[in-house]
Ligand binder design. Structure first.
Ligand code: FES
Length: 97
């Protein structure tokens, strides 16, 4: 099992390891915004406050869609990454580079 904490909404959800953050968002009824769900629009940009090591590696789409600054600032695209276990704390990105 794994746990995703949506810090700004003060809610959390337990999910199976390997669950996408988009599915975790849906299960928690959290409000990370989504658009294309294909890693192309950047709408689901989130800041990973802790637990980055528990997320799947950057996808090719994330590499192409996110700026260098966003990657350096521990941002991810919630539609692209999966939690592999442990605990991750996220919030929608409040700054876009
Ligand atoms: S919803 Fe478009 S990049 Fe994630």
């Amino acid at each position: 099992m794994a746990k995703v904490i949506f810090k700004d909404e003060e809610i959390s959800v337990e999910v199976e390891a390997g669950t996408s953050l988009q599915d975790a968002n849906d299960k928690a009824d959290a409000s990370v915004p989504f658009g294309c769900t294909q890693g192309e629009c950047g709408t689901c940009l989130i800041e990973v406050l802790s637990g980055m090591e528990h997320l799947s590696a950057l996808t090719e789409d994330e590499e192409m869609t996110m700026s260098k600054e966003e990657k350096a600032a521990n941002y991810r695209l919630a539609c692209q990454c999966k939690i592999n276990g442990g605990e991750v704390e996220i919030q929608p990105a409040d700054e876009i580079f």
